[in-house]
Design a protein around this ligand. Sequence first.
Ligand SMILES: [Mg+2]
Length: 424
Amino acid sequence: MPRLILHIDFNSFFASVEAQANPFLRGKAFAVAGKGKGRIDREAGAIQGKRTSISELSHSRSVVTTASREAKKLGVKTAITTHEAQRIIPNLPIIPGDPRKYAEVTHRFLKILREHCDAVEQFSVDEAFADITTVAGDKFGAIMFAQILRSKILDTIGEACTASIGIGPNKVVAKLASELVKPNGITFVDPSEVESFVAARSLRDICGIGPRLGKRLTSLGVTTILHLRQTPMDRLIAEFGPHTAEFLWNVSRGIGDDAVIDSATDDPKSVGHSYTFPHGLETDQEVHDNLLALADMVTQRLRNQNLFATHVNVFARYEDGGGSGTNAQLPEATNDGLTLFEHGFRSLLPIIDIDRGIRRLGINATQFANKIPSLIPEHNERHDRCLTALDLIAKRFGTGAWHRASTLNTVFLERVSGWHYDHE
Ligand SMILES: [Mg+2]
């Protein structure tokens, strides 16, 4: 029995996530630029209380990592410099890349897949394979499954993030199929159609045939998949060696691996964040603000996973390489950022030596417990409702869509989504 292997690939991933975070970008031409020197400069500036404007920042980043669909249509390609991109489209908005935001969306779509598929294997930041043989059953089940998956992504990640889905008997065919319709496509390739489906693709569509291998094939006179299929095995071996020859022989016939290796990890034992600062923190206030920002990130993850921590662990590394750390019990199981922070900060403050300059700060929530709902209405019900609303905002516009005012002078502001971008 052939398996049902699904491949999902997000369309213009970084640009879609940015458009989800910032509605002003939707439907517009813009580019996401790779990390340049700017990040460090900006972080240094933020610590010293200086503000660097995003436009200043964007010019120090040099390469387009993703162009929005609208920018692609006008000829902006991945890997060109931002200067070239702005020559093609004058005043093209350049959005500084924010890896943390993209990783969070990756985490979200993997979570959706893991809830519903037999096995899930992450392939890249915006791609995954899933085995849906038992959950989908047959062709019609598989197509329905893909449609439901698409609507779940819409609900959980947002309307600006679309994905293309391919389904086939193995990974090679599934990946080729997801390439076919963009954006938002669903393509099913039946085992009986594999040979003709693969023959109609071009050589360079095949994952594993890159520019170098492509060139060598062309120099042999092999320019199509059908040519490749007709090339005798001994000729392929003589040219490429046994390993590559076997790969080429197989992919040209749509033969591939159908084992989806689950990359999921076990339940977390702790959830934490730490950060290395470009310069040492030198005041209690700086430690206070940065630890609070970290605690908010930790508890947002706790709430997403419905976890309540009973202990908090905090540590500081000094500029001279030494460090201090401590563990504290929380009065009750919590996933509130302020509570986690208060207990962490209170236990850390007496043991750190601020004069040594703090280079790295970390906070972990540990020893999870089930929270027993109280019979008496919670005194902090309003607070909980507020957190729920903030989590919804983060869900819709990305982590970092809101910040506490007291964390505005931390380096974390730089990684903010949405409304902080310049729109001129
Ligand atoms: Mg993609």
